[in-house]
Design a protein around this ligand. Structure first.
Ligand code: ADP
Ligand code: MG
Length: 261
């Protein structure tokens, strides 16, 4: 699905993302882990060429950087780390996902755009039979952090992309909302032909939800592959610079990574 070959990027501050090569597999959630400042957000930006980048980024064999705006929007959608608290009704915010497909003379959204936005709001659980009216009326700044994250996912899904990129979708959320946001991502990946690549800080949530992981350290790839193979104690201790112990989750059997405290 997504294929990165020798992707590099650099900031004037001196930070370099260096020679990232990896592929995601269809129907899977891939997580990007690594310490603060290791280049996780920069990698997502490099994929979308929001920062100057070199190398090659292909989706289903097609060069993402050579696509038209509409084709790129249909291929990849990004849910950014900080979603602005705009005083915009949720439905309108979600419909903004259709903007790349508008012609210059189309100023307003169509009934089809509205129906799609509502469908995506339902898919992420922000609208349902009883909730439709509320979902239409509330503005983005009136939502909780978790709801705003779900609205941003619904907006990205309105692009009907093949690949969803999410930058720390669980940051600043409580435990229940972290789980519900990741469950929505897992549902989208299992029910549609959209795959997900997400930056995730919490290694244990990554362990539970991601099929594959890419681990970054100082802008370089430290490891990539099946989640269980990346969650190795020696590797993680080196990357995070702290003593760790790795156990097993008592309910789901997934690797459980805990600091040595
Ligand atoms: P992560 O998402 O892994 O925490 P980032 O990709 O945001 O890390 O940042 C990697 C490094 O690049 C950090 O040292 C950060 O300070 C630096 N950096 C991020 N954005 C910019 C920018 N726009 N200009 C200059 N340096 C930046
Ligand atoms: Mg980041």
């Amino acid at each position: 699905m997504l294929q990165l070959e020798h992707v590099s990027a650099a900031y004037p501050s001196g930070f370099k993302l260096q020679d990232i090569c990896f592929e995601t597999t269809e129907g899977r959630i891939t997580g990007i882990i690594g310490p603060n400042g290791s280049g996780k957000s920069t990698l997502l930006k490099a994929i979308c060429r929001d920062v100057p980048a070199q190398g090659s980024v292909k989706v289903q064999g097609k060069d993402l950087w050579r696509m038209s705006v509409a084709e790129r929007a249909r291929t990849v959608a990004i849910v950014p780390q900080n979603i602005e608290k705009l005083p915009v009704p949720v439905l309108e915010f979600v419909m903004m996902g259709r903007t790349p497909f508008k012609k210059w003379h189309q100023l307003s959204y169509s009934e089809a755009d509205r129906a799609l936005a509502l469908e995506k709001l339902r898919q992420v659980g922000l609208a349902g039979d009883a909730k439709d009216e509320n979902a239409l009326k509330r503005t983005l700044d009136q939502l909780s952090g978790g709801e705003r994250q779900l609205a941003a996912i619904a907006r990205a899904l309105c692009q009907e992309p093949q690949l969803l990129l999410l930058d720390e979708p669980t940051a600043n959320l409580d435990l229940a909302h972290q789980v519900s946001v990741l469950q929505v991502v897992a549902k989208v990946v299992s029910e549609t032909s959209t795959d997900a690549l997400l930056v995730i800080h919490d290694i244990n949530l990554a362990s539970a939800f991601c099929h594959n992981l890419l681990c970054l350290s100082c802008g370089k790839m430290a490891a990539a592959g099946e989640t269980d193979s990346v969650l190795a104690r020696d590797l993680l201790e080196k990357v995070y610079g702290t003593g760790l112990c790795i156990g097993q989750h008592p309910l789901n059997g997934r690797p459980l990574v805990l600091p040595q405290i």
